[in-house]
Design a protein around this ligand. Structure first.
Ligand code: ADP
Ligand code: ADP
Ligand code: ZN
Length: 212
């Protein structure tokens, strides 16, 4: 079954995706990760996306949609999780067309619900591995050796856009452009709201209990 994991910045989309990849062998399609990878490699896509990502703004729809379509093209039948896409109503509409064209479908749209105060503490304490993308938190999930990834030994750092001034802009972008996507999927059916608080295993069980 293919999934959309939907939620504000810091809701736990990346964390839950990693569990789904590890345990259910699903394929994670994280548009944020794809942009960061392109930015690291300084590809043409990365150069176009950088000014938006660094400022906490959404990357223009046509760039994101083209990038996702390229990934869908290479899936080879593996079940996938869309993590961080779609983030605007036009992206959701474009996705519907892309899926139809490739005879793919989404089984569930999972909304991860987390109160705003907790989002702020999750985002400001988030740390990520620059090499493998593993996600940590200074309090709830610290790396065993500070600054070093448990998984691959890579360097663990704070994302540039996880600084407080940029977090504020990202949450505004969510309220303005992304929250309306919820109603889009509520009307379409197949969406479920999941409590995203409590430990990550509890959240994972709640997702699994939706037939995932
Ligand atoms: P998103 O991909 O939705 O932005 P992440 O999965 O990167 O969110 O999580 C944001 C931060 O919150 C990370 O530092 C992560 O370790 C932490 N986190 C994720 N899930 C939980 C949870 N259930 N409880 C506490 N902290 C969490
Ligand atoms: P978060 O942890 O806030 O959910 P992501 O890693 O998903 O962050 O995204 C980081 C940044 O990448 C976003 O602030 C935005 O600039 C860009 N981005 C990711 N996905 C999209 C998308 N679907 N549409 C537009 N911009 C996106
Ligand atoms: Zn790593």
């Amino acid at each position: 079954m293919n999934l959309i994991l939907f939620g504000p910045p810091g809701a736990g989309k990346g964390t839950q995706s990693a569990l789904l990849v590890e345990r259910l062998k699903m394929r994670q399609i994280s548009t944020g990760d794809l942009f960061r990878e392109a930015m690291n490699k300084q590809t043409a896509l990365g150069k176009r996306a950088k000014e938006f990502v660094d400022a906490g703004k959404l990357v223009p729809d046509e760039i994101v949609i083209g990038m996702v379509d390229e990934v869908l093209e290479k899936l080879n039948g593996q079940s996938f999780i869309l993590d961080g896409f779609p983030r605007t109503v036009p992206q959701a509409e474009a996705l519907a067309a892309l899926l139809l064209r490739r005879s793919l479908s989404i089984g569930r749209v999972v909304f991860l619900e987390v109160p705003r105060v907790e989002l702020l503490s999750r985002l400001s304490g988030r740390r990520v591995c620059t090499k493998c993308g593993a996600v940590y938190h200074v309090e709830s999930k610290p790396a065993k050796i500070q600054g070093v990834c448990d998984v691959c030994g890579g360097e663990v750092v704070q994302r540039k856009d996880d600084r407080e001034s940029v977090i504020r802009i990202r949450l505004e972008e969510y309220d303005q452009s992304t929250a309306p996507v919820k109603d889009f999927y509520k009307k379409a059916g197949r969406s479920v709201e999941i409590d995203g608080t409590g430990d990550t295993e509890a959240v994972f069980s709640r997702i699994r209990s939706q037939g995932v």
